[in-house]
Design a binder for this molecule. Structure first.
Ligand SMILES: NC(=O)c1ccc[n+]([C@@H]2O[C@H](COP(=O)([O-])OP(=O)(O)OC[C@H]3O[C@@H](n4cnc5c(N)ncnc54)[C@H](OP(=O)(O)O)[C@@H]3O)[C@@H](O)[C@H]2O)c1
Length: 334
């Protein structure tokens, strides 16, 4: 039994959070919905009850709220998450604001657990979440030596503005969110470029993978992030070098018995993970597992997941579910 708030409740991720919370077995006594002034007064439905969207203010957390799920951008999180935390609220934040802070947990429940040293918990970047689910179990079993990602990311990862650019682009309109048309095009560009030529999205994937999996300095991680013209579900081509010897059969066996992973790997029958399988699901789909003959003990893995569900809303709700179901681990909550 708990009171929840969703900050950014009218956005793409916030809307999915309402749905995912509704699907959850969590008992939600009260749900409060917040957005900017623009959307204040709008109505949303949760488990048959109408809820009015409120404008987020510094006073929003002056009431009994146990969990606040934030998805309203880094600037909003930087300002309001500490206010909520100071009011005793557990904040689970979807933005990039807190992820790399040393005292903030960055959690994918299949890989690591919140310590709750701070009441702000960060939800990782969408492509990182789906990638660390299979990599986590490989690391645990064989150890990792090197990871190279190439992503194929859907426009819903840019929120409503990205979706609009793809849909309007199909009707001949110019983009307003991306620097180039995304319709009938591919952009090797997600977030801003730094002085080294990497994008912030690529740096996020590298750093967040290291933090979630507690990788030692000698394990190499690199990434190329690409926006593709599909509405939903990200795909990641993962190239991985393992520390201990492994076979394709062992990896398939591991994935087929790990909770949260669906193995779809029968290329002779044209069966492999695709966005149309993953959309609407919380699991991470993996397949096309094959040896990389250019490097010792290395493998290619194709990994697909719903970026709005597992990559954002579902992972956030799963963190709250974990804490609620394991309160004995957190004496400070009693
Ligand atoms: N889309 C993804 O795949 C994904 C994955 C992981 C993480 N995220 C992160 O989740 C966040 C939201 O993404 P989204 O895709 O849902 O974006 P979105 O569709 O653009 O929604 C943004 C939400 O934030 C609210 N908001 C904006 N400024 C605000 C303010 N000053 N005060 C209160 N609320 C404010 C908006 O409210 P109004 O309706 O009032 O404008 C809206 O509810 C971002 O930090 C994003 O990086 C997104």
């Amino acid at each position: 039994m708990a009171n929840f708030a969703i900050v950014g409740a009218t956005g793409v991720v916030g809307t999915k959070m309402i749905q995912r919370l509704e699907e959850s077995s969590l008992t939600v006594d009260n749900l409060y919905l917040f957005a900017s002034k623009r959307s204040a007064g709008q109505m949303r439905t949760f488990r048959g009850k109408d809820i009015i969207v409120e404008e987020l203010t510094e006073q929003s957390f002056d009431r009994h709220i146990d969990y606040a799920l934030f998805s309203a951008g880094a600037k909003t999180s930087l300002t309001y998450a500490p206010i909520a935390e100071a009011n005793g609220v557990i904040v689970i934040d979807n933005s990039s604001a807190w992820r790399m802070n040393a005292d903030i947990d960055l959690v994918v429940p299949e890989c690591n657990k919140p310590t709750l040293h701070r009441k702000i918990i960060a939800n990782p970047n969408c492509s990182t979440i789906q990638s660390v689910v299979p990599l986590g179990i490989l690391h645990q079993t064989f150890g990792l030596k090197r990871v190279a990602y190439t992503t194929y990311q859907a426009v819903s990862g840019s929120g409503q503005a990205g979706i609009n650019d793809l849909i309007n682009g199909a009707n001949g309109q110019k983009p307003t969110n991306y620097p180039h048309p995304i319709y009938n095009n591919i952009l090797p560009h997600i977030d801003v470029f730094d002085e080294t030529g990497y994008t912030k999205e690529e740096v996020k994937m590298i750093n967040e993978t290291r933090k979630i999996l507690s990788l030692q300095d000698n394990i190499a991680v690199t990434a190329t992030c690409v926006r593709v013209p599909i509405l939903n579900s990200h795909s990641v081509a993962i190239n991985v070098t393992l520390d201990k010897p492994a076979t394709i059969e062992q990896i398939r066996q591991l994935f087929s018995t790990t909770s949260g992973i669906v193995l779809v790997d029968d290329p002779q029958q044209n069966e492999y993970p695709m966005p149309i399988y993953a959309t609407g699901r919380d699991e991470v789909f993996v397949g096309r597992i094959r040896k990389d003959y250019s490097l010792p003990n290395s493998f290619h893995i194709w990994c697909v997941a719903d970026n709005i569900r597992k990559g954002a809303a579902s992972n956030t709700v799963q963190i709250a579910e974990f804490i609620e179901q394991n309160k004995a681990l957190y004496p400070a909550l009693h």
